[in-house]
Design a protein around this ligand. Structure first.
Ligand SMILES: NCc1[nH]cc(CCC(=O)O)c1CC(=O)O
Length: 349
């Protein structure tokens, strides 16, 4: 740390898991460097970390986020770092997303014994996941497999395979990458077109208290924000919000900006994998300005949601039942390029 120790540090709250610590430390270092002040990591235990309940019975969204948010609101830390896909889409009173750094690989990977892939797993092989989306996708693509509901951190899940208890588990590439484990354990990178992942997967969100922020922190947030990530994850998360669904709902969404075109595709699965509905739309943002990018994100998401609902998405899957965290649509509170004057409520993801 080359900043004088008399400066007030940026205190960064995080869950205590290895994954959370890894991603928070990386972000904290970037914030500290951009702000020119020291950073301090503050571990916080959440119900989602300690509970052994299945993710689908824990109450859906927000189990990981709420304890962190309480400590942020209480002033015990200045910044919290979330996996964006674990963050409910509804705005949280008093808090805003201050930055969305550049996204990592949004794909899921299969981590199987003996280098097996989704296509080569033997009939009846046991595959572990705790995610209703992944369960539905496994059942859809390989109805012969035995899907096992598992919980636990990345190491716990991988141990099911190395111990021989399961043939494979499905995990996010981004999390494994942040832990430095991806190359050693991934045996199949699942293509987004056949296997769309959770809205916001692979991206992090930096949440701060609403209102006037310290000057150094404001500059640091602007420096780490990535407007393309903000745009594509906003489009994906607006699908969840528009369907009034939570992050445990069986929905995959994938957006990208390619050659100036914003493309969004989303799929809703019947939990048993027997049916799925997909809608895809594209829009051309009027300029590279964040306001135009976010405008296009709202436009494509609105059309994707309308098409999914018209096709019967609400009847296909228990969308609302899986929602725990307020179902208001995402706000327009664009920050990042427009910092420091434009921090507004609603979250921007
Ligand atoms: N549901 C847990 C969770 N939340 C975020 C990640 C890591 C990937 C990411 O940042 O999107 C994971 C692990 C996983 O799904 O394998």
């Amino acid at each position: 740390m080359n900043a004088p120790i008399t400066q007030t540090p940026i205190r960064v709250g995080t869950r205590g898991s290895a994954l959370a610590m890894a991603q928070t430390t990386a972000i904290a270092n970037r914030l500290g460097a951009a702000a020119g002040v020291p950073v301090e990591i503050i571990p916080i235990t959440t119900h989602g970390d300690t509970s052994r309940e299945s993710l689908s019975t824990l109450g859906g969204t927000g189990v990981f986020a709420s304890a962190l948010r309480e400590s942020l609101l209480a002033g015990d830390c200045d910044v919290i770092v979330h996996s964006l896909k674990d963050l409910p889409t509804g705005a949280h009173p008093g808090l805003v997303i201050g930055a969305t750094p550049k996204r990592a690989d949004p794909r899921d990977v299969l981590c199987a014994r003996d280098g097996l892939t989704l296509a080569t797993l033997p009939e009846g092989a046991k595959v572990g996941t705790g995610s209703p989306r992944r369960v539905a996708q496994l059942r859809r693509l390989r109805p012969d497999l035995t899907v096992v509901d598992i919980r636990g951190n990345v190491d716990t899940r991988l141990a099911f395979v190395s111990d021989g208890e399961l043939d494979a588990v499905v995990l996010a590439a981004a999390g494994l990458g942040r832990l430095g484990r991806l190359d050693a354990v991934a045996t199949d990178f699942l293509d987004l077109s056949a296997w769309p992942t959770a809205p916001g997967q692979g991206a992090l969100a930096i949440e701060v208290r609403e209102g006037k922020l310290d000057r150094a922190l404001t500059a640091a947030l602007a420096a780490v924000n990535h407007s393309t990530t903000q745009t594509v994850t906003t489009a994906e998360r607006l699908v969840l919000a528009g369907l009034e669904a939570g992050c445990a709902a069986p929905i995959g969404a994938s957006a990208e900006i390619d050659d100036g075109l914003l493309f969004l595709t989303a799929t809703v699965y019947r939990p048993d994998g027997t049916e799925q509905l997909t809608a895809s739309h594209a829009a051309t943002p009027e300029s590279h300005a964040l306001v135009d990018l976010l405008d296009a994100a709202h436009d494509v998401a609105e059309r994707v949601v309308a098409e999914l609902l018209a096709k019967g998405a609400a009847e296909l899957a228990p969308l609302r039942a899986a929602s725990g965290g307020g179902a208001e649509p995402l706000g327009d509170g664009a920050v990042g390029e427009s910092l420091p004057d434009n921090i507004s409520p609603g979250g921007t993801s």
